[in-house]
Design a protein around this ligand. Structure first.
Ligand code: NAP
Length: 430
């Protein structure tokens, strides 16, 4: 039997789940894959805290010396589950430069240094497994890179952050505030003590960067993704969404325009109630791909969590253990082309504008004047019978318009003196 020695960097949520999987499923893996997997070494800071009860074979070597895991002659595949840019980046590069294959779930590292690491892997004949870095247990990257390589893609994206989806679908269902739902998410372990990467859109932007590279073969950078958080959403937004037959979802989207430029963004959309993504509740992920010939495909499932993510990691490990030399480059393209980006002038959609104002006569007329000056056509005005005179919410929908023009109108509207909250604009998409 061939032998694969695993070196594990990071013994946290995913690292621990992976170690369990390898130990519990060892005989199944030997039988099905024909490879004997041995967990050789585990590296983590403060490792005494981490030592686990070990059943089934000799325990691995636990160490705080992370480089010694990479350099261990018995380790042929390094699994990086530390997270963050450093020391993860230096350790991954060290392993690849030594010709050792690496599997990582580190979306931030891949979004920042993915191309460089993929090139290093190729140069040294090593593999780089990245499936777990986007949407945890959903096998989307392999699907894009391999199963859909025969088609031309038109768009990719979806609900890529389970924490945001948990908060938004909870606000919709219970009428509670953003702060209350965030506290629930933290209590249930769906949100970190510092939730900013999730709720400000950074996490989804990292994943979208990777999806965009794999779907379109362009060298998309993290900073190319315009992002907006969900922290400004109010319970009344869901009331108006319902009145419009819609719901609010944080969507990360990348669409290719006919000229090949990419339109990228993470923001809250008013999604049509009948759309598949509108129905996804709780801490789940959904990735929607539109391909020229294959049409629309939606992949849903657990985008996070120890076990689902560890399965994606282990599947990459199996592929690397089977292959003498990896055939498919990590991002699916022999080389990435320079990116060509579209901007707000290219994003055309109907929008809903939400205002919360200190009530006084003439407000709608003043807003309408600003919109007309920027050639934005009002479609409807909605006002539900609630709210106080000091903070009265209402919504205006506008006909399809390039976002750049709408932003100009909103800039002028913001300067009007009656706002109790910042105005918000939501594109209405299906
Ligand atoms: N959790 C998920 O559902 C999920 C899903 C998809 C992808 N991922 C990705 O998987 C990776 C791991 O996530 P996780 O949730 O397992 O994180 P985690 O629970 O925080 O585990 C990370 C582990 O690495 C250790 N570590 C971090 N920095 C270190 C350093 N400088 N030196 C030594 N040890 C260090 C941590 O030790 P301490 O305990 O001392 O902090 C911890 O045990 C991340 O890249 C994450 O983005 C996670």
């Amino acid at each position: 039997l061939r032998r694969a020695g695993l070196g594990l960097l990071g013994f946290g949520t995913v690292g621990r789940a992976l170690a369990n999987l390898v130990v519990e499923d060892r005989s199944r893996l030997e039988r099905d894959v024909g490879v004997h997997f041995a967990l050789v070494a585990v590296g983590n800071r403060g490792v005494a805290r981490k030592r686990a009860e070990w059943s089934g074979g000799a325990p691995p070597r636990f160490t705080e010396d992370l480089e010694s895991v990479v350099d261990d002659p018995d380790v042929s595949i390094v699994v990086e589950l530390l997270g963050g840019l450093e020391p993860a980046g230096a350790l991954v590069a060290r392993a690849l430069a030594a010709g050792k294959s690496v599997v990582t779930a580190n979306k931030l590292l891949l979004a920042e240094r993915g191309s460089e690491l993929a090139a290093l892997a190729r140069m040294h004949g090593a593999g780089l497994g990245v499936e777990a870095s986007v949407a945890g247990g959903i096998p989307i990257l392999r699907a894009l890179r391999e199963s859909l390589a025969g088609d031309a893609l038109l768009s990719v994206g979806g609900i890529l952050n389970g924490t945001c989806n948990f908060i938004l679908s909870g606000m919709e269902k219970t009428g509670r505030s953003y702060a209350e739902m965030l506290a629930d998410a933290q209590r249930l372990g769906y949100a970190e003590a510092d939730p900013s990467a999730d709720v400000l859109g950074g996490d989804a932007a990292c994943k979208l960067t990777l999806l965009a590279r794999m779907a379109f073969g362009q060298e998309v950078a993290l900073r190319d993704v315009a992002k907006e958080g969900i922290t400004h959403l109010m319970p009344c937004d869901f009331v108006y969404a319902k009145a419009l037959g819609r719901t609010l979802k944080q969507l990360a989207t990348c669409a290719a325009l006919p000229d090949g430029r990419l339109l990228l963004g993470v923001r809250t959309h008013l999604v049509a109630g009948h759309a598949l993504l509108a129905k996804l509740e709780g801490p789940f992920n959904a990735v929607r791909v539109v391909a020229r010939r294959a049409g629309e495909l939606v992949f849903t499932g657990r985008g996070a969590g120890g076990d689902p993510t560890a399965v994606a990691v282990l599947s990459d490990v199996l592929e690397l253990a089977r292959a003498v030399r990896p055939e498919v480059p990590p991002f699916g393209f022999e080389s990435l082309a320079p990116r060509r980006l579209a901007g707000p002038e290219d994003f055309v959609a109907p929008f809903a504008l939400r205002f919360v104002v200190r009530d006084r006569p003439g407000i709608i007329a003043e807003i309408a004047r600003c919109l007309a000056e920027h050639e934005v056509n009002i479609d409807a005005v909605l006002q539900e019978p609630f709210g106080e005179k000091s903070a009265l919410p209402f919504v205006m929908t506008v006909e399809p318009i390039a976002e750049a023009r709408l932003l100009g109108a909103l800039q002028a509207i913001r300067e009007l003196p009656f706002h109790a909250e910042e105005p918000a604009a939501f594109p209405m998409t299906s």
